[in-house]
Design a protein around this ligand. Structure first.
Ligand SMILES: CCCCCCCCCCCCCCCC(=O)SCCNC(=O)CCNC(=O)[C@H](O)C(C)(C)COP(=O)(O)OP(=O)(O)OC[C@H]1O[C@@H](n2cnc3c(N)ncnc32)[C@H](O)[C@@H]1OP(=O)(O)O
Length: 269
């Protein structure tokens, strides 16, 4: 499919490319996306977990990611002790110091939160400024700290695994005193989807199977642990377990199928 971009979307493409690289923990300066993608970091060679061609394909399509100044994945005053302790546990493994004092990436990587601003809807219709400016990632749309979804995602590329530390706020109530099943499903979809995207590039959820084993208390912190089951062509199969913080109690388990898409799919191409 050939996509011809309106001039005003090209800046957004640059922005999206930069956004992708920030998600991967790297910086990219304006204009060097195609030429310097393999040398964009002072820390070493960039190794994207999916093929470079798919990134190039994405880079010529109008799906701009935009980073807001606030990173919702960083600790805030609403985080309880379990949330902070687990954050520190994984965050301390994101960067390690060598014997000669040099800092290197560790096995884990914290993913910053992001807001994506899609300018076009299915059929290539340009979204109104009002819709664009009001659109929020579902899990980040409650402004009050601690009221909704407080979470941070860490990925481990070596083990093709990811963990999410999630503290469920009071606005997520389902059964009295416990978390709504839809809120749990939302987190599972978000984290498995993020993991599949990290491993395979842009995907959409095709299938999600969830078994609820024991309720989650409102206000508590749980761990979502996701692993890659297999990849078959466009299909990425991910499984997920939701447990208490020391993994001794299983709350929920799920499997998901994610299908790789092109941006044309979202634009109705
Ligand atoms: C870049 C780095 C960023 C990292 C940081 C990212 C952060 C990111 C944070 C946000 C994370 C949020 C994550 C939310 C993710 C959603 O919630 S997505 C929203 C919910 N999902 C949807 O709305 C999807 C709606 N469905 C569709 O659009 C289309 O059905 C799909 C899923 C794209 C598939 O359509 P298609 O591409 O036409 O595929 P199709 O030809 O029908 O099927 C292809 C194959 O898949 C199989 N298949 C299709 N559907 C199914 C199914 N349901 N069950 C079993 N098999 C199926 C087919 O049988 C076929 O198999 P084969 O015959 O090839 O063996």
């Amino acid at each position: 499919m050939k996509v011809i971009l309106p001039a005003k979307t090209r800046g957004g493409v640059q922005q999206m490319a930069r956004g992708l690289c920030q998600i991967m923990g790297r910086e990219i300066s304006k204009g060097n996306f195609n030429t310097n993608i393999r040398q964009m970091t002072p820390r070493g060679t960039l190794q994207l977990p999916w093929s470079i061609n798919s990134v190039r394909t994405m880079a010529v399509l109008p799906w701009p990611f935009s980073f807001q100044p606030r990173d919702f994945s960083l600790p805030n005053s609403s985080w309880g002790s379990d949330m902070r302790r687990l954050y520190e546990h994984y965050n301390s493994q994101c960067e390690v110091e060598t014997d000669d004092g040099e800092k290197k990436w560790g096995v884990w990587r914290r993913l910053p939160s992001y807001n994506r601003s899609l300018k076009y809807a299915t059929g290539g219709v340009y979204l109104s400024k009002i819709i664009q400016s009001k659109a929020r990632l579902f899990t980040r749309n409650i402004r009050a700290q601690g009221a909704g979804f407080e979470y941070v995602v860490f990925v481990n590329k070596q083990e093709q695994k990811c963990v999410c530390v999630f503290q469920a706020g009071h606005l997520l109530e389902g059964p009295p005193g416990h978390v709504h099943g839809g809120a749990i499903a939302t987190m599972i979809d978000t984290v498995t989807g993020t993991h599949a995207t990290y491993l395979s590039g842009p995907v959409m959820t095709a299938n999600l199977n969830i078994n609820y084993r024991s309720p989650i208390s409102l206000g508590s912190t749980v761990l979502l642990t996701c692993s890659l089951d297999k990849k078959e062509g466009r299909k990425t199969f991910v499984s997920c377990q939701v447990t208490n913080t020391d993994s001794s109690k299983l709350h929920t388990e799920a499997t998901g199928l994610f299908l790789s898409i092109t941006m044309g799919h979202l634009l109705g191409g």
